[in-house]
Design a protein around this ligand. Structure first.
Ligand code: G1P
Length: 286
């Protein structure tokens, strides 16, 4: 069926860099991907995939690594288990993952060496090619309330308006800026900032603001050529932040103060807080 111009403009692909080690959760992550850690009864990577699916991004690409096969298995059939629980009430427990599996496609490529987030994104190029795409870091769990669309949906909406790279940002205390990419720029309207500066994990006294980038992005495909030219930066890694700053300087990058909450599930306190929130707000109410 020929696609209409309107259809073509919708972003369809989403990249998930999932090759990292998850050392903060050892020993749990010794033989299990950190993205498979459950918040209550659902692994982090499934929350991430569901957020992409809700935003209409149905082609999911994973930049994986060694010891990450459980992720690909999670998005596939489990014949023995399914046969075992067929016809029982337990089948219901698989509804959410089945919906993701029926709606989305899944592609995997391996990152052999961990040379930074920028390198992970560049490794995913083969699954994206020349279209704008979503990027989701699954250890940031994002939730919304009061019927607000998911954070990635909010970014897609802004992309429709601006047609450039869009970053989700939130204000953090000065004592936390060293954990994030931090942006500064000019306020265009409520909650939208045109980025003019961006620094990866600055010290509090060098941070250009306290607006921290969280793990949700829409990136335009010129990011790949920019990443190819990006030298190792902070911590000697190829930083996505540096490539996005180059985009901001040569074109346009918008930062958006998203509606919703984000839990840093890459840290133990954030993980526990997210579990509590999901249990109280999503699980108990089902
Ligand atoms: C990465 C990015 C950083 C961003 C953060 C969001 O850092 O490099 O710019 O603010 O994700 O979670 P990481 O947490 O992987 O060290």
């Amino acid at each position: 069926m020929p696609e209409s111009a309107a259809n073509r403009s919708i972003i369809r692909k989403c990249l998930f860099p999932v090759a990292g080690y998850g050392t903060r959760f050892l020993p749990a992550t010794k033989s299990m991907p950190k993205e498979m850690l459950p918040i209550v009864n659902k692994p982090l990577i499934q929350y991430a995939a569901e957020e992409a699916m809700e935003a209409g991004l149905h082609d999911l690409g994973f930049v994986t690594g060694r010891n990450k096969r459980a992720i690909a298995d999670h998005f596939d059939l489990s014949y023995e288990l399914e046969k075992e629980i067929a016809g029982t009430g337990k089948e219901k427990q698989l509804e959410s993952i089945n919906q993701v599996m029926e709606t989305c496609t899944f592609t995997y490529t391996r990152q052999r060496r961990m040379l930074g987030l920028g390198h992970a994104v560049l490794t995913g190029e083969t699954m994206i090619n020349d279209q704008a795409f979503g990027l989701v870091l699954a250890d940031d769990l994002c939730v919304t309330e009061n019927g607000d669309p998911g954070v990635l949906s909010q970014l897609v909406e802004l992309y429709r308006q601006f047609r450039c790279t869009i970053l989700a940002v939130q204000e953090v205390p000065d004592s936390e800026v060293h954990k994030y990419g931090v942006v500064a720029g000019e306020s265009l309207k409520e909650d939208v900032i045109r980025v003019t500066d961006m620094v990866e994990k600055p010290s509090a006294d060098q941070a250009p603001s306290n607006l921290a980038v969280i793990g949700r992005y829409i990136l335009t495909p010129d990011i790949f050529d920019t990443l190819r030219k990006t030298e190792p930066g902070k911590n000697d890694e190829i930083q996505l932040t540096d490539a996005i700053l180059a985009q901001a300087r040569s074109g346009c990058v918008m930062a958006y103060k998203f509606k919703g909450r984000r839990f840093d599930c890459g840290s133990i306190p954030g993980f526990v807080e997210a579990s509590q929130w999901v249990y109280e707000n999503l699980h108990k109410k089902r």
